[in-house]
Design a protein around this ligand. Sequence first.
Ligand SMILES: Cc1cc2nc3c(=O)[nH]c(=O)nc-3n(C[C@H](O)[C@H](O)[C@H](O)COP(=O)(O)OP(=O)(O)OC[C@H]3O[C@@H](n4cnc5c(N)ncnc54)[C@H](O)[C@@H]3O)c2cc1C
Length: 394
Amino acid sequence: MTPEARAAVMADVEAYCQELRPIEELCYVERKPNPAIADLARKHNILGIPVPTKYGGRGADSLTYARCLARINREGTGPRTFFSGQTSIGQYPILRYGNDAQKDKYLTASCKGHCTLAFGLTEPDAGSNPLEGTTTFRKDGGRYLLNGVKYLISNGSIADAVIVFAFDKEIGTPGRRMSAFIVETKGATFEKEALHSKPGMYTADTAMFQLNDHPVPAENLLGELGNGFRIAMGTLISGRLSVASGCLGVIEDCLHEVCEYGKARMQHGKPIAKHQLVQDHIATIEIMRATADAMIERAALAKEASEQNPGDKGLLADADYKVAQAKYWASNAAWQAADRAVQVFGGRGWSELYRPGRHLQDVRVCRIYEGTDEIMKLKIASKVLGGKEWEAFA
Ligand SMILES: Cc1cc2nc3c(=O)[nH]c(=O)nc-3n(C[C@H](O)[C@H](O)[C@H](O)COP(=O)(O)OP(=O)(O)OC[C@H]3O[C@@H](n4cnc5c(N)ncnc54)[C@H](O)[C@@H]3O)c2cc1C
């Protein structure tokens, strides 16, 4: 992408964030979904930041997109999670594994705001190990019929189409393989329910849905039959980088907030930012910001290198590893940064009326979704130990 195109998309993201902020703050304290997250994204033409321009996207490289997500997440993990669902794990698998017709149809519609996307891998009994899933499909003439339940899905009750993973053989059969489908959500055979009992992220959609003999046209099989696990794992590299990038935004916003508040708030006759122990919080948040930023940059470059050379397994493994490191580090750093920012704000910190308290509530999930801390560590350790044969899952 050209420097001009990069500057233009960053400017549009900035304008989006400024317009979103007052609406987001009101929706958050009222604990209600924020429809402006998507509506303003359409207005500012940022519904497909890394999608090629021929489909209506902005054609951003991985690093530019990471910077955009960091900026968006300064407004909250909820809005950024919408973008992860729509783009990082929604548009991305279609772009990477879809055929021309699927790209034309779903990328174009989603960039225009006509099709909200989601990614449905997790099930009530299959989280860290998606191979324990029980959603099934069977062929029925020129279509597939899907059955099963997907749980904790970002954008799951607002999506027009979901990337759904399902198995083709009897549950428990050795050798059964997972396939991926682009599933449109229209019709009574797709039942959805938004999940509200969550400590934070009130403005964004998290949902479950049930497929009851839900029909999917044969042409909506994504990639090859039986290739779903590879698609899911490849997509999660993109999703994890989006989470890490968002967490950088949390740290940046916490840093901004503690500097502003620390200079303005007077106690013991001076601004609290002049107290050495408050400076310890500020210095630590800055170190978290700088290290997370560096790790995200190297992870984004590794992901970009892998995408430029799709057949290179070494580059894919390198991207997987560096993204896992960045996701682990940035989500833990953001959690600590938000905790320290709450401390600097004192009693006001422990309130949803101020940004640190909201970040603290929201960002905790980043150590869980798109692969938990523990799963990231298993990936990192097996790579360091020598590769696949050292995987603890086996
Ligand atoms: C707000 C939110 C949004 C989400 N959005 C999506 C989405 O859009 N799409 C989607 O598909 N999913 C989504 N998820 C699901 C999320 O990815 C899962 O919650 C996550 O992968 C963990 O799965 P689980 O909750 O089933 O936990 P489990 O897998 O049951 O894990 C429970 C605990 O056991 C640990 N554990 C499990 N296996 C091992 C192991 N082998 N070694 C060591 N420790 C282990 C885990 O690390 C964790 O601490 C979302 C979740 C949330 C909360």
